[in-house]
Design a binder for this molecule. Structure first.
Ligand code: CTP
Length: 441
């Protein structure tokens, strides 16, 4: 029975949709971006741009201090609304309640020591502090200041107060500070800030789950310099891992790719099918969900030359042997309640091959894509897939970003968990290096 596509995605869709005039307008969440007066205010421009590019509706709100560092025009040009700066100079007599009530999230980047103190004390003395007090939306603060200020007990106590009240804090990083100093207190990287905002907006429907994701194409050595590989970039697998972490899962990503994986608990780098097999099998027993996005080699050379094969010796004869089918091994040894998801990269008869793999490998969901279609599959930033379920469901995901496809795969996993028996998975002892709370990732 074909499964109806969800009417409303579980995650705010950070995409563009046409308005009545046919123009692309943001359909995503309303973000109030507060900027206070610190040298790092220039990085807020990048945060603004990334949020807008992702489809968010961004309202910049600059303090008088911020205006000493960055210009209104830059933000007004990049954001979705003109900059707001004052409680008094607007046509709206109550801008703080309008902004506070309309926001899906408020992010303050950079947040100075003064802003943290005012917010913790409940002191309203400008449009930003008034808006922070007049909202029930989640708030993300991104402190930035000199090391001495950051380490001052007053600042740390104000932050502890804010954390206790549920405010999300993106901790600063170490590096170069204003005036040539080097130390802790530098504003978090804009990508980390945007990731934290997305994590706050995302549903927590995978909270508490252990999810193992594989990504990239394996390489099977022929000699010390040559290998048999494939064109998988790892982008789709990384997108699944990052989105799962955002939705609350504790994610282990086993990957051949060197790509960012913000929020992921553990990244395990592997090269060959055998390494991937060992890494997956060592972790699968306690996983609630395993997603095999990797393009694993089906065959590998029987022997690997220990020296570079020389051209003068003539064309080598390379004998191949099969690798272990990891997905099949997982599917046939599932812990009750565990969800195993496979992929199928096809170039012909996609539906028939995908259904055959779903059954043969005994998986719960199979994500099929036609890797020969334009803008789909290997190396592209976009993908178009059909998600087949073991119970007969079939969900088409039209051409979209790989992040969009990742969300739909996770929607399917979340739906399946709602209808599957409680897992009998014996958890490993909690590791000493626990996943950081969502807001700190
Ligand atoms: N897979 C695996 N181990 C292998 C080969 C594939 O776990 N040795 C997994 C992939 O990660 C993917 C699924 O099996 O989730 C399907 O991979 P695909 O290459 O599409 O199919 P194959 O089973 O290899 O069959 P074929 O190459 O003939 O299409």
């Amino acid at each position: 029975m074909p499964q109806q596509p969800r009417l409303r995605p579980a995650t705010p869709e950070l995409g563009l949709k046409p308005n009545q005039a046919g123009l692309a307008v943001p359909s995503g969440p309303r973000v109030v971006l507060g900027v206070t007066g610190g040298i790092a205010a220039y990085k807020a421009i990048e945060v603004c741009r990334r949020l807008v590019d992702g489809g968010a509706h961004v309202q910049p709100l600059l303090t008088r201090g911020a205006l000493r560092f960055v210009g209104e025009t830059t933000f007004s040009a990049l954001a979705s609304e003109p900059v707001r700066t004052s409680l008094w100079s607007e046509a709206d007599p109550i801008p703080h309640t309008t902004l506070g009530q309309g926001a899906d999230v408020i992010v303050v980047a950079p947040a100075t020591a003064r802003l943290l103190a005012d917010y913790a004390a409940g002191r309203s003395n400008d449009l930003l502090t008034a808006t922070l007090l007049a909202t029930r939306a989640p708030v993300v603060v991104c402190p930035a200041m000199h090391t001495e200020m950051w380490e001052h007990p007053a600042v740390q106590e104000n932050l502890a107060t804010l954390r206790r009240r549920g405010v999300h804090v993106v901790d600063p990083e170490s590096g170069r500070l204003a005036g040539g100093d080097v130390g802790h207190g530098r504003l978090a990287d804009p990508a980390r800030i945007v990731e934290a905002v997305l994590a706050v907006l995302a549903p927590s429907d995978l909270a508490g789950l252990e999810v193992v994701v594989t990504a990239g194409g394996t390489r099977e050595a022929i000699d010390p310099v040559r290998f048999i590989g494939n064109r998988s970039s790892g982008k789709q697998g990384h997108a699944v891992a990052v989105a799962a972490a955002r939705r609350g899962a504790r994610v282990t990503l086993i990957t051949t790719a060197v790509l960012p994986a913000p929020g992921v608990h553990e990244v395990v780098s592997v090269v060959s099918a055998a390494e991937m097999h060992d890494a997956v099998m060592g972790r699968a027993a306690t996983a609630d969900v395993v997603v095999m996005s990797a393009a694993v080699a089906d065959f590998r050379p029987v022997t690997v030359a220990d020296h570079k094969i020389k051209k003068a010796d003539g064309p080598p004869e390379i004998r191949l042997e099969p690798t272990v089918d990891i997905l099949s091994a997982l599917g046939h040894n599932k812990v009750p309640g565990q969800i195993v998801v496979g992929f199928a990269a096809e170039t012909t008869d996609v539906a028939a091959h995908a259904r055959a793999k779903l059954t043969a490998k005994n998986v719960d969901l199979l994500v099929a894509n036609d890797v020969s279609a334009p803008a789909t599959g290997f190396e592209h930033d976009t993908n178009e897939v059909v998600i087949y379920g073991a119970a007969g469901s079939e969900t088409s995901v039209p051409l979209t970003t790989k992040e969009g496809v990742a969300e739909r795969i996770l929607d399917a996993i979340a739906d399946l968990r709602l209808h599957s028996p409680p897992p009998q998975i014996v958890k490993s002892q909690p590791s000493t290096q626990e996943s950081p709370p969502k807001e700190q990732q």
